[in-house]
Design a protein around this ligand. Structure first.
Ligand code: 6PG
Length: 238
């Protein structure tokens, strides 16, 4: 694990040799952020991302010896499908993170079975209002098109994006093409600890472009890298 290299735009890059050891390093960083919050404020808020990259990290994190009863967990974004659908981020979280020690955490779902995320937005907003903000630890991922959470290239962020969450239309392939609910930049970017966790040589050129400050509509992950209140720690392994 490379120690951490400061980059243009303020992000710090931690380069791992392989996805397995990177997952351990990310889990340790998340655990440290949660431990700090529990010690300083008696509770902690963790926001995780869906997709397949975080699965091995969650498996390590779920075994951490923490006071999970005072940890609240939700998702940065959700694909609007039932929890038993293989594309459900909540399904992945339930199978790989909310188990072992972490089974004691308080889980705040985004998906609630309403027909569309647009119809669910007021209820999800109310659930999110029960969380203690700002989040202590946010872990984002990145798609091959430079999206993060469900902030996709070319998206117009209008007044609706002033809320904690917003419904977004199904993205184009190669992403899972279903409507989404996403937390907004306003909600995520003032986290106390911001981590971006990504793997795969195919994502490296996109990451390299995004690390150069520039247009965030073209590469939304730039918001996490350059607009986050806390330094964004990027964990990457080919
Ligand atoms: C989602 C996400 C999304 C994800 C990236 C990376 O639900 O689609 O939260 O932003 O983090 O697409 O996904 P992978 O880890 O599967 O490459």
């Amino acid at each position: 694990m490379h120690g951490g290299e400061g980059l243009e735009g303020g992000a710090v890059l931690h380069r791992g040799s392989d996805p397995g050891s990177l997952a351990v390093a990310v889990a340790q960083a998340v655990e440290a952020g949660l431990r700090e919050a529990l010690a300083e404020r008696g509770q902690a808020t963790l926001i995780v991302s869906g997709g397949i990259t975080p699965v091995p990290m969650w498996q390590h994190l779920s075994m951490a010896q923490l006071d999970w009863t005072h940890v609240t967990i939700t998702l940065a974004d959700e694909r609007w499908v039932p929890v038993d659908d293989p594309a459900s981020n909540e399904g992945l979280v339930r199978r790989h993170l909310l188990r072992s020690e972490a089974a004691w955490a308080r889980w705040v779902p985004l998906y609630d079975g309403k027909p569309t995320p647009k119809e669910a937005q007021p209820a999800v907003e109310a659930r999110l209002a029960t969380i203690k903000w700002p989040a202590d630890v946010v872990v984002l991922g990145m798609g091959g098109d430079g999206h993060t959470a469900s902030w996709f290239p070319g998206q117009a962020m209008d007044a609706a994006w002033q809320a904690h969450c917003v419904a977004v239309d199904a993205p184009q392939t190669p992403n899972v093409p279903v409507p989404r609910m996403t937390l907004t930049p306003r909600t995520l970017l003032d986290a106390r600890h911001m981590l971006l966790h990504l793997t795969g040589a195919d994502k490296e050129p996109v990451l390299a472009r995004a690390l150069t400050p520039g247009n965030a509509v073209e590469l939304p992950v730039r918001r996490a890298l350059h607009e986050s209140k806390a330094t964004c720690h990027v964990y990457f392994a080919p």
